[in-house]
Design a protein around this ligand. Structure first.
Ligand code: SF4
Length: 484
């Protein structure tokens, strides 16, 4: 594969490269059939539209003509310029805002604006702003000193001013040069050691296959970027090497970097053994498993949320009146979705959830991870539940995620609900769905609801997805019992 210098680098490619060097390379040379759609880019785009809507003013226009006419806002400008030697850099500037200065158009200038999701301003935001700033400098012949970043916090749009200093501009040019170097290589850069980034990446199926084939240490649950570096330092570079080392040797070597690294040595050896042999390894029997065995019926609980506005919009339950050791007919499982349309109107939701839990008083409540008990208890406190009442509910919660981690090492790259369910052979009815997709459906449904289209397909898709999350949790609990 030969690098094509005539191919411009654009802001999209730079964004990908900042997230993961390999991603940028794959965007150019990867087999597009291996790339799959994720809901994240649509969520990001919708969020950007919401934020930019906030800046809407009477005086606006489209393209460079809007700048020439001195409009307050200029939309949709595309620029290109060789910011680095022999390479055109293309930038898509969705929105520019008029500010003070002296440009070629008069006694004013423009500054770039971008929208961000997530909790804080990152290197990605700064560098993209710097890139659009430098392209704009060239157009307006006046230096862009600041850029704006918009983000939504509890439905309110906040505006942050970012200074575009020489240091950021130098970092940008270095990044563009390094990106160019990566694109000149015939081989893709290595898989990122911070595999958390992969969870929202459209190339993850392809990269997961490669990582497994190459035995990358980042594949092992419990090994993050820092621990991978430490393992490399002591001469361990792949899963097989880790699986075959003696526990006491690894412990001694890792303890040099801190006791906590030594303490985890047994766990990561077992995890790598499970992954390299593709076999489940039993660790111990947890006391909580007895509760699972004995109960005559169950509630399984799963929440869907909109994290941007901290709104748990769906509390889904399934009820099952049977011992977990028995054969189950999933068709007969009763699913009850409790929708919470307004974040600020929780009192009726709390009453409905309480009624549901009290109607099945003796039933333990299964859930996967910390979200459900934490959100439930916070909701109860906000609604004035007594400590006694909270305590009574608390005792009924059983975290299947904790149990599986305590009792088993499984041949999976992480212990998320999807991975474990996949391992035991459970499939979601709707393919390629995840929490982000459910959030997108929810936001689309909220919009369509305003148009009186209350029973849209989107709401049914959310219910189906949430029901399957509950059933996956149930099936993992059953798997735990069946292995006893
Ligand atoms: S899946 Fe991970 S390693 Fe692969 S391109 Fe995406 S972020 Fe990079």
């Amino acid at each position: 594969m030969k690098c094509d210098k005539s191919k411009p680098i654009n802001d999209h490619l730079l964004r990908s490269w900042i997230r993961c060097r390999r991603k940028a390379w794959l965007e150019i040379y990867g087999n597009k059939q291996k790339k799959f759609w994720t809901a994240h880019s649509t969520l990001q785009l919708n969020h950007q539209i919401d934020c930019f809507h906030h800046l809407s003013q009477k005086s606006y226009g489209i393209g460079i003509q809007a700048c020439e006419e001195g409009k307050n806002i200029a939309y949709g400008i595309r620029l290109k310029y060789p910011l680095i030697k022999n390479r055109i850099i293309k930038g898509n500037l969705p929105i520019l805002k008029k500010t003070t200065g002296k440009s070629i158009w008069g006694n004013f200038s423009y500054q770039p604006v971008l929208a961000r999701q997530g909790k804080k301003v990152t290197r990605e935001h700064r560098l993209i702003l710097a890139m659009t700033g430098l392209l704009l400098n060239n157009l307006q012949k006046y230096q862009v000193k600041t850029g704006l970043i918009l983000h939504k916090e509890n439905k309110i749009i906040k505006v942050e001013k970012i200074r575009l200093t020489e240091t950021i501009n130098t970092e940008l040019i270095d990044s563009l040069l390094n990106l160019e170097k990566d694109l000149e290589s015939t081989n893709p850069p290595p898989i990122t050691s911070n595999r958390k980034k992969c969870t929202i990446c459209s190339w993850r199926k392809d990269c997961n296959d490669v990582a497994l084939k190459e035995g990358c240490l980042s594949e092992v649950s419990g090994i993050g970027p820092k621990r991978e570096v430490l393992l490399n330092k002591i001469g361990i570079s792949n899963i097989d090497e880790l699986a075959n080392i003696k526990h006491y040797i690894l412990k001694e070597k890792l303890e040099v970097f801190g006791k906590q690294h030594g303490d985890i040595s047994n766990k990561i050896i077992l995890q790598s053994q499970s992954q390299s042999t593709n076999k489940a390894i039993k660790l111990k029997k947890a006391i909580e498993l007895n509760k699972l065995k004995e109960a005559k019926g169950w509630l399984i609980y799963d929440i869907e949320s909109d994290p941007d506005i901290k709104h748990d919009f769906l509390h889904g339950f399934i009820r099952i009146q049977s011992n977990l050791s028995n054969k189950m007919n999933l068709e007969k499982v009763k699913y009850s979705p409790l929708l919470n349309l307004q974040k600020d109107n929780e009192s009726s939701l709390w009453k409905r959830i309480k009624r549901k839990l009290n109607d099945q008083e003796g039933f333990p409540i299964l859930h996967y991870g910390e979200t459900e008990p934490t959100s439930f208890l916070k909701l109860g406190l906000r609604q004035g539940a007594s400590p006694n009442e909270i305590d009574k509910f608390k005792k009924r919660f059983i975290d299947i995620h904790l149990l599986i981690r305590e009792c088993w090492c499984l041949p999976v790259r992480n212990y998320g609900l999807k991975s474990i369910a996949e391992f035991i052979g459970f499939e979601w009815e709707q393919s390629n769905t995840d929490g982000a997709r459910a959030l997108l459906w929810w936001r689309q449904w909220k919009k369509s609801r305003r148009l009186n289209n209350i029973y849209s397909k989107n709401l049914n898709s959310i219910f189906k997805y949430n029901r399957d999350d509950c059933i996956a949790t149930l099936m993992i609990a059953k798997w735990l019992i069946d292995q006893e």
